[in-house]
Design a protein around this ligand. Structure first.
Ligand SMILES: *Cc1c(COP(=O)(O)O)cnc(C)c1O
Length: 359
């Protein structure tokens, strides 16, 4: 159960760097003081910079998993007078649909397959919407959408553009200004490569203007914003993970900035895809992010068996799919502290499993 000596290719939690692990090994400090406010401000400014948020944008820090970021964004920004177009290309899109239903937000369950929505203008049901909600990378199948095309469509139709970027930040490009994004949801345990427990909602001035009074104490963004003015949160934050986030943002900078990190993820993903060409495995979608490769066996082998053998025999953790896709699909994350050398462990294990010599 404790995977210390395993090679990790799961899409969250992902492999963390030694430097970030060290920060997590220290005593958690008291946080209601100016020292910790400095940490919060560093995290906020670092994140805003990383996603190129417009001037005046703010970050809400929640001690919760990513779904709380999704739900609280919907709760604070949408109401019964809205009509949201919710992109549903898999498990996470359908979670946004469930969230809208739970909060009685009128929505269109826009089911999509086999498109990255670069043609959203012609694909979207022709109605008048107030908001567009999408998971930039639909992690359940490893499929990434065109944030630019969707943003252009959202801006043209005056829709609030809410993007769950949890599983593509740091590995794939996201530019709030360039793509007209109003809200970005981030979470610690995926591309940011931190432990789970910290979720962030980034709000532009346009989104800040739309914040409403809501029936919730813990998820009331206005409360977070007023505390945020002095670098604090209304309730105890995930103090250690915030210290790790500050260190991680510095690490990304030291390594040459966000474009370097994205380029590295792309290099690793391409290396992996190229290195398994001789194996009876097919890429599930043509719209793969750098964050992940999703594979389907083409020789009748069961995906879940491959996942289990990789774990038991080779000590390599990849991610199975559930339900109907249990036997046909499995996923390999390239998020976190990845190198081509580390990825060789998985590539070699797959070749050994199939009894195919690595070319
Ligand atoms: C992992 C993930 C989430 C959040 O899941 P939690 O288990 O609540 O942290 C949300 N959206 C996407 C696209 C994800 O990959």
């Amino acid at each position: 159960m404790i995977y210390e000596d395993y090679a990790i290719f799961t899409p969250g939690p992902v492999k963390m760097s030694e430097e970030i692990l060290q920060v997590g090994a220290k005593q958690t400090p008291y946080f209601r003081n100016s020292d910790f406010s400095t940490v919060t401000f560093a995290c906020e400014n670092g994140l805003l910079d990383m996603v190129n948020a417009p001037e005046g944008s703010k970050v809400i820090f929640l001690t919760a998993s990513g779904t709380a970021g999704m739900e609280s964004a919907v709760m604070n920004l949408l109401n019964k007078n809205d009509y949201a177009l919710v992109v549903n290309g898999g498990g996470f899109g359908s979670r946004f649909v469930d969230i809208c239903a739970a909060h009685a937000i009128p929505h269109n369950n826009f089911k999509v397959t086999k498109t990255n929505l670069s043609d959203i203008k012609s694909l979207a049901p022709n109605e008048t919407y107030t908001a567009l909600v999408v998971n930039a990378h639909e992690t359940s199948i490893g499929h990434i959408y065109s944030l630019d095309a969707i943003g252009e469509y959202a801006a043209k139709n005056d829709m609030l553009y809410i993007v769950d970027a949890i599983s593509m930040l740091v590995t794939d490009p996201l530019d709030m200004q360039k793509s007209n994004i109003d809200v970005v949801i981030a979470s610690s345990q995926k591309g940011l490569a931190l432990p789970p427990g910290l979720t962030m909602v980034i709000l532009t001035p346009k989104a800040l203007e739309r914040l409403q009074d809501i029936n919730s104490l813990y998820f009331n963004f206005k409360d977070y914003l007023s505390n945020g003015e002095r670098g604090q949160t209304p309730y105890t934050p995930a103090v250690t993970i915030m210290l790790q986030l500050e260190a991680r943002l510095n690490q990304i900078k030291k390594r040459g900035g966000i474009t370097k990190s994205i380029a590295k993820a792309k290099e690793v993903a391409n290396y992996f895809r190229k290195s398994i060409k001789a194996l009876p495995l097919k890429e599930y979608t043509p719209y793969m992010p750098n964050a992940m490769t999703t594979l389907t066996p083409t020789d009748g082998k069961s995906a879940i068996d491959i996942v289990n053998v990789l774990e038991k025999k080779y000590k390599v953790m990849v991610c199975p799919n559930g339900g109907a896709e249990r036997d046909s699909v499995f996923r390999i994350s390239h998020m976190g502290e990845m190198t081509t050398e580390y990825t060789d462990i998985l590539i070699n294990a797959l070749h050994d499993y199939y009894g195919v010599a690595r070319p």
